[in-house]
Write a protein that binds this ligand. Structure first.
Ligand SMILES: CC(C)(COP(=O)(O)OP(=O)(O)OC[C@H]1O[C@@H](n2cnc3c(N)ncnc32)[C@H](O)[C@@H]1OP(=O)(O)O)[C@@H](O)C(=O)NCCC(=O)NCCS
Length: 212
């Protein structure tokens, strides 16, 4: 079975109907502070400035180190979106057209029932509420548009800010993935943080309620 046939079979057998519109082009998602939109080729210089700093890149897979590297990354995100495997949104604060971060969602199994998300935002915008605003939009997109059932995130145990952000959005720590991230020649432990669709719907109805 080739890739397309596998994907079709997975979609046909999935418990939910998977919408495919987002694979043509990502929707524009508007929050109170940010807009999320598809990455553009022209975002490469801004993303290099915003995401390749030591503090942002410390606990994540190394971002590209050149504008050309980001351009190749952006082209790859568009190919993967068109193939229905992955979505990557630029985080654009209201009143600007500058991408200051990204949110990514990728399928961990055909049909997207289990998916993984990740995020990085320029450090000048940490603690401003932009993360929560964008994260709500992306998690809604994952559960409502691409029919995710279980959304996983991996955060290095040493990444207190990443863990704090995940806890705040309502993710639950399920366990430790020992020595699972190679960073600067050292294997780091990561925590597995998850949001289940039912939990998210409960959080959405009563935003003050935490599920843990
Ligand atoms: C992860 C990231 C997107 C979060 O955005 P942010 O704006 O920093 O997030 P917020 O400030 O809204 O939330 C972080 C929370 O963690 C808390 N926190 C900060 N340092 C912490 C620490 N060492 N231990 C525990 N919690 C911590 C903050 O106080 C905050 O909670 P609060 O709002 O209740 O005070 C951003 O920090 C980032 O881009 N980091 C680099 C890339 C990265 O690590 N990605 C995550 C991979 S899982």
């Amino acid at each position: 079975m080739d890739h397309l046939q596998q994907r079709l079979a997975a979609v046909m057998s999935a418990p939910h109907t998977t919408t495919t519109d987002w694979t043509q082009s990502l929707p524009v998602l508007a929050g109170s502070q940010v807009t999320l939109r598809e990455l553009r080729h022209s975002d490469a210089p801004a993303l290099l400035t915003m995401l390749s700093t030591q503090e942002v890149a410390r606990f994540i897979s190394p971002p590209p180190t050149t504008v050309e590297g980001f351009e190749r990354f952006i082209a790859w995100t568009q190919r993967e979106r068109a193939a229905g495997n992955y979505a990557c949104f630029a985080v654009v604060p209201h009143g600007t057209d500058t991408a200051i971060g990204i949110f990514q969602v990728r399928q961990l199994e055909p049909g997207f029932a289990t998916a993984e998300w990740g995020f990085a935002i320029a450090s000048a915008f940490w603690g401003t509420g932009l993360f929560m605003d964008g994260a709500r939009l992306v998690v809604d997109f994952a559960f409502d548009e691409i029919q995710v059932h279980r959304l996983e995130a991996r955060a290095a145990v040493l990444n207190g800010r990443g863990a704090g952000a995940l806890k705040k959005i309502g993710a639950v720590p399920e366990g430790i993935l020992r020595k699972s991230l190679l960073r600067n020649g050292e294997y780091l432990d990561q925590a597995l943080w998850t949001i289940i669709e039912e939990d998210w719907r409960a959080i959405r109805i009563a935003p003050g309620i935490r599920v843990h």
